[in-house]
Design a protein around this ligand. Structure first.
Ligand code: G3I
Length: 389
C-alpha cells in the first residue's frame, strides 16, 4: 500500500474560515454558493479514503437506543441513512448482532434488524464488520441464568456460531469473533465470561475454527478496548495470538476499539503496537473509536478540548494508515446525540465527529484532511479540496 503520513495539520474548518476572511469578505452575509452534486460527493470521508482502506461507522440501534427519547435512527430516519451511505464504506451493527438481539430465546433467532443493515450495506457498496460472537456482556437471560451443563453450553455456542456466521456467509468482511476476553491487567475473564468460566480457555481456539468453517472468507478478529498502547492487556493478546497461530488456529485480525477519554493520555506507541500485530501477519483495525471529554450543560466540551479531540482522532488515524495491513477505521456512531457515552459516563460526551443536524466538528475535519493527505499527491489535492469552498 502506498500511503504517506500527513505533514501539515490545519483543520478544514479553520482553513475554510481563513479563506472566507481573506478572499470573500462578504461571505458572512451572502448565501453560500450551491455546491455542485459532484463536489458534494467528493466532500465526504468515504470519497477521500485510499482505495484499499475502509472508513466505517457503527449503525445505531438496540442497547441504550431502546430507552432513548428518539426513534431508532437506522429504520426510521432517511437523513441518517443517507449520511451513513455517503460518508462511510464499512458498517458495524452497534448491538443488532449481539446474542441478546439475534438469539433472544434458546433456539430462536431474530435476524431482521441485522439483515436490514447487511442489505443496506450491499446496496451502497459497503462492507460489514460482524459484532460479536463471544462476549461477557449483552447475553440473553436464558443463557446467563440457564442451567446448562458445560457440554450443553459448548453445543449452544457451536450452534450459534455456525448459524449466525453461516447465515451471513460471504457477506461479512471481518467478524469480531472474541470480544473483550482479557481484563486490563491481562488476565482472561474467567469469571464474568460464561464461556471461559464454564468451558475453559481451550474454547477460544474452537470458536475461531468453527467460525472459519462456517465462512472461510471472513477475516476473524479479536477485539478489545484499552489495547491501543503497549500494556499488560495488549501484551496478553500478543502472547495468546502468537500461541494460537503456532497451533494453526485461523486468527486473522486484531481490533483496537479505541474508546478514548481526554482525561487520560494518548499512548503515542499506538503505531508501534499495531505494527507488532501486523508483523504476526494479521490484519489490524480501529473498530469503535470515540474520544470523550467533560461536557457542560449543553453537552459540549470547550473549543480547546474539541481541538484536542480532533488531534487524537487524527493521531489514531495516522497510526493506522502508517501500518501496512491496518485497513479499517470505524467510529462508534455518527452523531453525538446517539452516542453511548453520556449514558455510561454522566458528565462526559461530545465524543463523535458530528452533532445536531449532521454538522461537522473539528474531529470530522481532522479525519477528512488526514485521509486526503495520506495519498500520493495528497497535499496538493487538499489545497483544491471541496472542503475549502
Ligand atoms: O440490560 C439492561 C436492562 O436490564 C435495563 O432495563 C436497561 C435500562 O436502560 O439497560 C439495559 O442495558 C443496556 C444494554 O445496552 C442492553 O442492551 C445499557 O443500559 C446500555 O448502556 C447498553 O448499551 C450498549 C453497550 O454496548 C452495552 O455494553 C451500547 O448501545 C453500545 O454502544 C455498546 O457498545 C460497546 C461495544 O459493543 C463493545 N465495546 C464497547 C462499546 C461501548 O460500550
Amino acid at each position: 500500500m502506498n500511503r504517506r503520513l500527513p505533514v501539515l495539520r490545519i483543520g478544514a474548518a479553520s482553513a475554510v474560515a481563513a479563506l472566507c476572511l481573506t478572499a470573500v469578505p462578504q461571505a458572512a452575509s451572502a448565501a453560500p454558493p450551491a455546491t455542485p452534486p459532484g463536489l458534494a460527493q467528493q466532500d465526504t470521508l468515504r470519497w477521500n479514503t485510499p482505495k484499499d482502506f475502509r472508513i466505517g461507522s457503527a449503525v445505531a440501534g438496540g442497547g441504550h437506543h431502546t430507552s432513548a427519547d428518539y426513534p431508532e435512527p437506522f429504520p426510521s430516519d432517511p437523513e441518517y441513512r443517507s449520511v451513513l451511505a455517503r460518508e462511510f464504506s464499512s458498517l458495524t451493527p452497534e448491538n443488532q448482532m449481539k446474542w441478546e438481539f439475534i438469539h433472544p430465546e434458546e433456539g430462536v433467532y431474530d435476524f431482521g434488524p441485522a439483515d436490514d443493515i447487511v442489505d443496506f450495506a450491499e446496496a451502497n457498496g459497503q462492507v460489514v464488520r460482524g459484532h460479536t460472537l463471544f462476549w461477557h456482556s449483552q447475553n440473553p437471560d436464558w443463557l446467563e441464568n440457564g442451567d446448562h451443563t458445560p457440554e450443553e453450553l459448548r453445543a449452544v455456542l457451536k450452534e450459534h456460531i455456525y448459524t449466525v456466521v453461516g447465515h451471513y456467509e460471504g457477506r461479512i468482511q471481518q467478524w469480531e469473533v472474541a470480544n473483550e476476553i482479557f481484563d486490563d491487567s491481562g488476565r482472561l475473564r474467567t469469571e464474568d465470561n460464561i464461556w471461559l468460566r464454564e468451558l475453559g480457555p481451550g474454547i477460544i481456539a474452537d470458536i475461531f475454527r468453527w467460525a472459519h468453517d462456517a465462512d472461510p472468507n471472513a477475516q476473524l478478529f479479536f477485539n478489545d478496548y484499552n489495547v491501543e498502547g503497549l500494556n499488560a492487556k495488549s501484551d496478553a493478546y500478543y502472547a495468546l495470538i502468537q500461541d494460537l497461530l503456532a497451533q494453526g488456529v485461523p486468527v486473522h485480525g486484531f481490533g483496537m476499539q479505541t474508546h478514548l477519554g481526554l482525561q487520560y493520555g494518548f499512548d503515542g506507541r499506538m503505531q508501534q503496537n499495531l505494527q507488532r500485530f501486523d508483523d504476526l501477519g494479521l490484519e489490524t483495525a480501529v473498530t469503535e473509536i470515540d474520544v470523550r471529554g467533560p461536557v457542560g450543560a449543553d453537552g459540549q466540551m470547550s473549543p480547546e478540548l474539541r481541538q484536542k479531540q480532533a488531534d487524537w482522532y487524527r493521531m489514531a488515524l495516522e497510526a493506522c494508515l502508517a501500518v501496512e495491513d491496518c485497513n479499517s477505521f470505524t467510529v462508534w456512531g455518527v452523531l453525538d446525540e446517539h452516542s453511548w457515552v453520556p449514558n455510561t459516563f454522566p458528565g462526559y460526551g461530545d465524543a463523535l465527529t458530528m452533532e445536531g443536524g449532521y454538522e461537522r466538528k473539528p474531529a470530522y475535519d481532522a479525519l477528512q484532511e488526514t485521509l486526503v493527505r495520506s495519498q500520493p499527491g495528497g497535499d496538493a489535492k487538499w489545497e483544491h479540496h471541496p472542503a475549502f469552498r
